[in-house]
Design a protein around this ligand. Structure first.
Ligand code: PAF
Length: 286
């Protein structure tokens, strides 16, 4: 049966009871507007733990002043059905005051340097500070043994791993694969903003990543040529506005000159379709 909690003491009591029964505690933080990608994260977590906690909280501090916090989709009843379907045991739906008792502007923040300043961090300078802060806070509330994040937000999961390591949080971080629609578009809560033309155009992200993977598969090692195929594929879609096309080290996100054998390399993309900004990524080497 799905339990829900809105307060920190209620979450802690439910988690303590599960732990007293010897169950491993797994955690999936979300901002709601759940889709099949979230359901898979929850199933991934459930398969590895004896008590699965999910949180639904649209975190204001990770949105910039001109971003979509106010219009971010909220669909609590439907989200709870999806959590039930995925076998979640406890859903935490805190208020802003529960997470930020002093108000957001007076809150303590945590920063993960370097990784938070590149790629997404250039366009969204305060985003990762908000993400790191809320994730640290939620991990401290739930105190799980493991927490699961999606590979679609590649930079985010890397940054969270770094924070957990640097601050000795003692929680295992797992990254679950990106879930895609049949035509390759990575699932995202923001896909619902797209009109039919933009929705069709947005598949160009996946097409660009596939073109890059093919190029590397054919032996291309020059990272600039790989960036070029990423860019030209995106630009072939007239309504897409490319923000970045990176070919980077999979651990440090440092832009590379060469895809050297034995090096883990990832391609990362961000583009706008109308006012909707989407990101995607793919490993170019294993
Ligand atoms: O990936 C998300 O949905 C959010 O960034 C997260 C990790 C739940 C923090 O608000």
């Amino acid at each position: 049966m799905l339990e829900t909690a809105t307060s920190i003491p209620a979450v802690r009591a439910a988690v303590a009871a599960a732990r007293a029964e010897g169950r491993v505690i797994g955690f999936v933080p979300t901002m709601g507007a759940l889709h099949e990608g979230h359901v898979r994260l929850m199933e991934h977590c459930r398969d590895r733990s004896g008590f699965t906690v999910a949180s639904i909280f649209v975190n204001p501090t990770q949105f910039g002043p001109s971003e979509d916090f106010d219009r971010y989709p909220r669909a609590l009843e439907d989200d709870l059905d999806k959590c039930r379907e995925a076998g979640v045991d406890l859903v935490f739906t805190p208020s802003r005051a529960e997470v930020y008792p002093r108000g957001e502007s007076a809150s303590t923040f945590v920063e993960v340097p370097v990784l938070s300043r590149v790629l997404e961090g250039v366009v969204r300078p305060t985003h990762f500070r908000g993400v790191a802060t809320v994730v640290l806070s939620l991990l401290n509330i739930v105190r799980p043994d493991l927490a699961v994040f999606g590979r679609k937000d590649y930079q985010q999961q890397l940054l969270i791993r770094r924070m957990v390591e640097d601050l000795h949080l003692g929680v295992e971080i797992e990254t679950a694969p990106t879930v895609r629609e049949a035509d390759g578009l990575a699932m995202s809560s923001r896909n619902r903003y797209l009109d039919p033309d933009q929705r069709r155009a947005a598949t160009v992200l996946f097409r660009a990543l596939e073109a890059a993977r093919r190029l590397v598969g054919d032996g291309e090692r020059d990272a600039d040529r790989i960036r070029q195929i990423l860019r030209s594929t995106i630009e072939s879609e007239k309504t897409a506005r490319l923000e970045y096309a990176a070919v980077a080290d999979a651990e440090t996100l440092e832009e590379l000159g060469e895809v050297a054998p034995g090096r883990a390399v990832v391609a990362l993309l961000a583009a706008r379709f109308g006012t909707t900004r989407l990101i995607d990524n793919a490993r170019l080497t294993e």
